[in-house]
Design a binder for this molecule. Structure first.
Ligand code: ACO
Length: 388
């Protein structure tokens, strides 16, 4: 029999071609549709970047205005979905977001229309509505009324407005806008792979986004920003960082916010968040978080660079959300809100040259086992599931 070559975690396996994003993990380079992430982070807006990802080019002024109007018009969520949020309000915000997006499918006029045009329309609506769900949940679980979206504010500013009920400081809204840009798309990451897989079965975009949210929730993917702030709170002061990290690594635990499957140099997204974590900390009179993070990056974890382990996008993100007053369990939903455009772009891309995604598994269990009737089975002879 032919030797089967395994690819655990599909590491280094190219699944398909893409025009959505390019990553060179060796030098830390990231492009969306050919545009460098550094240019987009410094010069673009989330709205413009979403247009770029969904339509493959930068918009003209009038195209951007029309697209922005479409995003703003898509923000409302039906009262039935507010009810669903009320019913699930005690769950983790990621679970509420996943359930809310699933419920939105029941009220979206385009759910079953699987044309590319309709799917892009849904992608725009879901990008807008994800923010409304997360903010509405935060209000509801605090016993407050959800704040309706403001048509006068851009995407990031409107999210902060719906969360806190007052117009945000423009500088703070811009920091969140940059954060959304940095999270919008990223090759064949685990959640985008899930979205592509849904596309490959000819499922619909709501199902793909629900799948993406579920996959993103894990701490090895989107959950790291929350875990980093958790780590920071446990460490407390820079002086205790080294000993705390050693206690974790000696137990074989990984340090959250470090390492990446693709980047073996610094994640290019991190530098934009590092600088904003510093400036926001100073502005808020709380420089201690940045100081501790710097100690971790520049001193404690510096030896790991030789192994290709650098900070990733999540390392400084958590401190920014924290300084913006966002509860820690909403850090992952923020990542998800930013990633909806990337999931949509890849969902549509998968259809361009669709092949059902269906890898193989090498069977290593017993073969041709005799079926014993239940009354003749001896106790304790059942094979142990998961004991490979
Ligand atoms: N801390 C300490 N050691 C690490 C870390 C880390 N954060 N990340 C990797 N390593 C070590 C591993 O222990 C392993 O060492 P070994 O060769 O001595 O066994 C080596 O580096 C390779 O690591 P793998 O886990 O095999 O790399 P993989 O590509 O599978 O994992 C991952 C990447 C999951 C992101 C990992 O680095 C990790 O768990 N990091 C912490 C969680 C995190 O920050 N996730 C967010 C990723 S970014 C994002 O999804 C947006």
């Amino acid at each position: 029999m032919q030797e089967i070559q395994l690819h655990p975690g599909l590491k280094d396996v190219y699944l398909d071609k893409t025009e959505s994003s390019f990553i060179d993990g060796g030098v830390g380079k990231l492009l969306y549709r050919g545009y460098n992430i550094h240019d987009l982070a410094e010069k673009s807006t989330f709205e413009e970047t979403v247009f770029l990802l969904l339509h493959g080019k930068l918009p003209t002024r009038s195209e951007l205005d029309a697209f922005d109007a479409q995003l703003r018009a898509g923000r409302a969520i039906p009262p039935q979905v507010i009810k669903v949020i009320e019913m699930t309000q005690k769950s983790h915000p990621m679970d509420v977001l996943r359930t809310g997006v699933s419920a939105l499918a029941a009220y979206d006029p385009d759910t079953e229309d699987k044309s590319v045009e309709s799917t892009l329309r849904k992608g725009v609506r879901l990008t807008a509505q994800a923010a409304t769900i997360v903010a509405a949940h935060e209000r509801i679980r605090k016993g407050l009324q959800p704040v309706p979206p403001s048509p006068d504010l851009g995407h990031a500013a409107n999210f902060l407005y719906m969360m806190f009920g007052k117009k945000p400081d423009p500088e703070e809204a811009k920091i969140l806008d940059v954060d959304f840009i940095l999270h919008a798309e990223h090759g064949s990451n685990a959640s985008s792979f899930a979205a592509r897989q849904a596309a490959s079965t000819l499922s619909d975009l709501h199902s793909a986004v629900v799948g993406g949210i579920g996959v993103l929730k894990g701490p090895w993917h989107g959950g790291a920003a929350e875990a980093v702030m958790d780590l920071v709170h446990h460490i407390e002061t820079p002086e205790k960082a080294e000993a705390y990290v050693k206690s974790l690594t000696s137990r074989g635990e990984k340090i959250m916010g470090f390492g990446h499957r693709v980047y073996k140099a610094e994640d290019p997204r991190a530098q934009h968040l590092r600088e904003r974590s510093r400036s926001l900390g100073e502005k808020k009179g709380q420089p201690q978080w940045f100081k501790l993070l710097q100690t971790l990056e520049q001193q404690v974890m510096a030896p790991y660079r030789a192994k290709g382990i650098f900070v990733n996008v999540d390392f400084y993100a958590g401190s920014i959300y924290y300084l913006l007053g966002i509860p820690e369990d909403i850090f992952i939903p923020i990542f998800a809100m930013g990633r909806v455009p990337g999931w949509t772009a890849q969902f549509v891309e998968q259809w361009q040259n669709n092949v059902l995604i269906r890898p193989l598994l090498k069977y290593v269990g017993p073969m041709d086992v005799e079926y014993v009737p239940i009354e003749k089975r001896a106790a304790g002879t059942a094979p142990k599931v998961g004991a490979l």
